[in-house]
Design a protein around this ligand. Structure first.
Ligand SMILES: O=C(O)CCC(=O)C(=O)O
Ligand SMILES: [Fe+2]
Length: 351
């Protein structure tokens, strides 16, 4: 593929690649993206430069100024809470078929740390996943049909089937915006990713971590340490004890700050590979509430942005560096399929 860059742009991308490492971040930074959305070219570039620096170091940031309607987020939290509180048969009726995302995933039935080869007990959470809203139409080839299918909606609560798609659409829009910011951060034309995500197989997961009335098993967490495996994740956390932590460069766990209007954005393994290891897909986990804290559940909502099934994940031209591409090109869907099957094979037995 031929990428046309202006001399300035190519030069600055090259300089970024060879900038010596500076003081490591010891916190997850907050970035206001309003100047990227509404600012001058220089203001937009300043946000992009900051995002590049953060993604190279820790691959996690909290984004504000995104313009998303928080009332929609609150409503999605609310209908999700009602769904998780619904009778068991309501949840069982929409149980995800084995090996698929779409639908309900039962409490402590899987563990994220298993993906990293750990033998930790299953995670103390249950979740419901929504796939592309036009999944049936996009399942045009056997390859695409691995990820695309019809969504299923629970019979309760009544608002679920309307709120979930509305939130999914808001995430599609924010995801596309962030990919444009990422393109600029990588010294690419702003719309470089657009045609690689226009038939995406992103999944939205609404997650419930119940109040812990019984002590967890040794080594058992709300979500075990893992990296995400897509291109980027947009997470809406909630403010409750026992939250999200990210690993620092020196190996310590850092709490991710909670902001009412902040989305936590992180790089996944596929984006690390796409950027030829320029950006970091970092370890994170959700810890248990500290002993003695009030008994409270936690909710979060994660949108995992995956490109089109047939997008080629080959070293991005501005990321080649001195040593050339580190990885073979791979089709996005194949990459994900291999990852997910490795996880399925490594799952602990449900408690
Ligand atoms: O619930 C959270 O805060 C994070 C969840 C997470 O990392 C994941 O589902 O991949
Ligand atoms: Fe994660």
């Amino acid at each position: 593929m031929c990428i046309i860059l202006t001399t300035d742009c190519a030069q600055s991308a090259k300089e970024i690649m060879h900038t010596p490492p500076h003081a490591a971040l010891d916190h997850v930074p907050v970035v206001d993206i309003a100047p990227f959305l509404h600012g001058t070219p220089a203001q937009r570039q300043a946000v992009a430069g900051e995002v590049d620096r953060i993604n190279r170091e820790i691959g996690f940031l909290v984004v504000t100024g995104h313009g998303l309607d928080l009332a929609l987020l609150d409503r999605w939290f609310e209908v999700s809470r009602e769904f998780f509180a619904a009778p068991a048969e309501v949840k069982q009726a929409v149980l995800a078929a084995p090996g698929t995302h779409h639908g309900y995933h039962a409490m402590a039935a899987s563990g994220l740390a298993a993906k990293e080869g750990e033998t930790a007990p299953p995670d103390l959470r249950e979740y419901f996943m929504v796939g592309h809203l036009d999944g049936e139409r996009l399942a045009t080839t056997p390859s695409a049909a691995r990820f695309h299918r019809a969504n299923r909606w629970p019979s309760q609560p009544a608002g679920f089937a309307a709120v979930a798609p509305a939130y999914y659409r808001a995430m599609e829009a924010l995801g596309a915006t962030l990919m444009r910011l990422f393109a600029m951060a990588l010294g690419l034309p702003e719309h470089w990713f657009d045609d690689k995500i226009d038939r995406h197989f992103s999944v939205l997961s609404t997650i419930h971590y119940p109040a812990q009335k019984v002590e967890p098993l040794p080594g058992q967490l709300r979500a075990g340490a893992h990296t995400d495996y897509g291109s980027l994740t947009i997470l809406a956390p909630s403010d409750a004890p026992g939250g999200l932590q990210v690993r620092s460069l020196t190996g310590e766990w850092m709490d991710v700050p909670y902001l009412r209007d902040g989305f936590v954005i992180n790089i996944g393994d596929m984006m690390q590979r796409w950027t030829n290891d320029r950006w970091r897909s970092n370890f994170h986990r959700v810890v248990n509430p500290p002993p003695g804290s009030p008994l409270r559940p936690r909710q979060s909502i994660a949108y995992f942005l995956h490109p089109n099934d047939d997008a080629q994940i080959a070293c991005i031209p501005t990321c080649v560096g001195r040593d050339g591409p580190l990885f073979e090109p791979i089709q996005a869907g194949d990459y994900m399929w291999e990852k997910e099957h490795a996880i399925a094979a490594a799952q602990p037995v449900a408690a």
